[in-house]
Design a protein around this ligand. Structure first.
Ligand code: HSE
Length: 300
């Protein structure tokens, strides 16, 4: 038995929700093909699109790590599974590349084995894959990649994951400059304690963003897309970031920030045309710095 599963790229943090907020786009995403075999064991047979850089070892690859954790949890460690991974998402891009491979693999294996678990129940195994990929089991990429839409991780212990309704007209621009940032590294640059003043600003914004999405109130969404905790530090790793943000908002985007741990930039807009225009403007900014980039536009 064989199945092919797809999981999309995701924007983690969404500016103010470091480690607790993320959303999925339509495209691009990773594709994982899984085949049940007679011989027990999980094998990563082939990876395409990674330039030979991802590990094939089952205990290191995010797709197989997730499958192994899943099989262990449902007590089917003797299953034989062959994995073929088609990476469409660039590595170290901040688009949730490791998460998408894990999410697609989990949806695939769960289906092949007759859906023993519900979608939400797959989350801990995808988080385990994140831990292996970057040293931190954050859920703000894997949760939206698995569940779709905007997802709030209200709490990690116990895990409490809440889907947030999205306004009809909301579009995302992603601009991926040809630069690589390892999540592990861009987590290490962060401060581990923050002044109360910054905490107040940040929780005002995350509450404002959730309220803005639910009402919906686009002005409120725009005012809330601010990050005083991770962005000021991480922006230094992305050439031209401040100007990019300024130009995106000038063009008419509701707001703009770093996608996950970067270097991809995301912006939200109320029209597809505006989202495309914002993409071009950001791309031009990167061009000025001699950086090539790709633009993706999605309805959310
Ligand atoms: N919340 C995580 C971070 C997402 O910002 O490090 C990584 O994609």
């Amino acid at each position: 038995k064989t199945i092919k599963a797809f999981a999309p790229a995701t924007v983690a943090n969404v500016s103010c929700g470091f480690d607790v907020f993320g959303f999925a786009v339509e495209q691009p995403g990773d594709e994982v093909t899984l085949t049940l075999k007679k011989e027990p064991g999980v094998v990563v047979k082939k990876i395409e699109g990674d330039g030979g850089r991802l590990p094939l070892a089952p205990e290191k690859n995010t797709a197989s790590v997730a499958v192994l954790a899943f099989l262990e949890a449902i007590d089917r460690k003797d299953e034989g599974v062959e994995i073929y991974l088609k990476k469409n998402l660039p590595l170290g891009s901040g688009m949730g590349s490791s998460a998408a491979s894990a999410a697609a693999a989990l949806v695939g294996i769960n289906h092949l084995l007759g859906e023993p678990l519900q979608r939400k129940e797959l989350l801990p195994f995808a988080m385990e894959a994140e831990r292996v990929a970057c040293g931190s089991a954050h859920a703000d990429n894997v949760a939206p990649s698995l569940l779709g839409g905007f997802v709030l991780i209200r709490g990690y212990d116990p895990l409490d994951v809440v889907g947030i309704p999205t306004p009809e007209d909301l579009y995302c621009t992603l601009v991926h400059p040809h630069l690589e940032l390892k999540t592990e590294d861009s987590r290490q640059v962060l401060r581990t304690s923050i002044p109360l003043k910054d905490a107040i600003t940040q929780w005002g914004n995350i509450a404002g963003l959730v309220a803005g999405l639910m009402k919906p109130d686009f002005g409120l969404i725009g005012r809330s897309l601010k990050d005083v905790i991770a962005e000021p530090v991480r922006a230094l790793l992305i050439p031209g970031f401040d100007e990019i943000k300024e130009k995106a908002v000038e063009t008419g985007a509701l707001g703009c920030g770093i996608s996950g741990s970067g270097p991809t930039i995301f912006a939200l807009s109320t029209e597809r045309e505006l989202a495309s225009r914002t993409g071009k403007v950001i791309q031009q900014q990167f061009q000025k710095l001699k950086l090539e980039s790709e633009v993706y536009v999605s309805k959310i």
